[in-house]
Write a protein that binds this ligand. Structure first.
Ligand code: RRO
Length: 322
């Protein structure tokens, strides 16, 4: 009998995950009930919905739509229960799973406030600072975070301030980039700071899905425009992971996010350079059992390829040799 043990654990610097598969921020991780279920699941870690300093209701409904062939569109508008709820929730829990707190202040000042609070919690393994929410209305004058993920000069100045007041592990949720030079410039900036990880990618902003029968858009906020996730965005996620893997310091880990529906998708993300993966759209559609299914499918691929751990192939994407 074959006794080889395939290990899909991973680490994000000093943070150890028993499985490299976890939920994406925003996917079934907003409420007490959802977080309790995630705690019991086989995900390797938990990340919360991006939070703000006070609870938010978010945009009007319908604000999420799923299509099996392509993926999802959303314009949730950052609905969340406020940072105190998420910190209090984990304060009461005993778990070995790493806990990632996603924060998404609408202004720099709000992010500093959130980071100061997160700094005080002993239960949070890391903060994932969301620099890429696609669905907040730009007309809010206090919002000086708009496009910061696309501006390496503003980003550098912001991170300098962040690291003056925040000492714990920090990762950044990045928007998708569509040019190599853009990623090179952002990576050059990030390499100057003690960042633990980047998560690539947030949903692709400003898409529309159309219902041709009704001749209408499918979600209500922002005239039907929203962030695109799921199957359709996998090639963009892979390209972003790959280029950040090539340009970032090796000490900065990459968490892949975008278009994961099966074990092969996880394999592809890791091959491009991801140390862990997050599942959003497909988790929303399939629910908690997805973590067991993906784990099984991923292990079966590693078994066939004779890999015993993700470190055997992480980042080893080859040139086309034909
Ligand atoms: O809540 C949202 O509308 C949202 C957020 Br904060 C985000 O980061 N990404 C996304 O697709 N939706």
């Amino acid at each position: 009998m074959d006794t080889k043990k395939i290990d899909i654990s991973t680490s994000i610097k000093k943070i150890k995950l028993s499985s490299c598969i976890m939920n994406a921020s925003g996917a079934l991780c907003s409420t007490e009930q959802e977080l309790n279920k995630l705690l019991k699941s086989s995900s390797g870690a938990i990340i919360t919905k991006s939070c703000t300093s006070s609870p938010r209701k978010g945009n009007m409904n319908p604000r999420y739509f799923f299509c099996k062939k392509y993926g999802s569109i959303n314009s949730m508008g950052l609905p969340n229960l406020g940072i105190d709820f998420y910190l209090d929730f984990f304060e009461k829990k005993k778990t070995k799973k790493p806990i990632f707190l996603s924060i998404s202040g609408l202004s720099k000042e709000e992010n500093f406030f959130l980071l100061r609070k997160a700094n005080l919690s002993s239960k949070i393994s890391a903060v994932e600072l969301n620099l890429s929410c696609p669905n907040i209305l730009g007309k809010d004058k206090k919002n000086n975070m708009i496009n910061i993920g696309y501006d390496s000069y503003k980003l550098s100045y912001f991170l300098k301030e962040v690291f003056k007041l925040y000492e714990k592990p920090l990762g950044l949720k990045l928007p998708p980039y569509f040019n190599e030079i853009h990623i090179k410039n952002i990576a050059f900036t990030l390499n100057k700071y003690p960042i633990y990880f980047v998560t690539c990618i947030n949903s692709i902003p400003n898409g529309i899905f159309i219902n041709s029968t009704n001749e209408s858009v499918v979600i209500s906020p922002k005239k039907g425009f929203g962030g695109i996730g799921g199957k359709m965005i996998k090639p963009f996620a892979l390209a972003n992971i790959r280029l950040f893997y090539l340009y970032l310091r090796k000490e900065i880990s990459i968490i892949g996010c975008g278009g994961i529906t099966n074990g092969k998708d996880i394999f592809d993300h890791v091959l491009c350079g991801a140390s862990a993966v997050q599942v959003g759209t497909q988790f929303i559609e399939e629910g908690l059992t997805i973590f067991d299914r993906l784990e099984k499918e991923f292990i079966s691929i590693l078994d066939k390829k004779n890999y015993l751990s993700i470190n055997n192939f992480k980042g080893n994407l080859k040139k086309n040799l034909i």
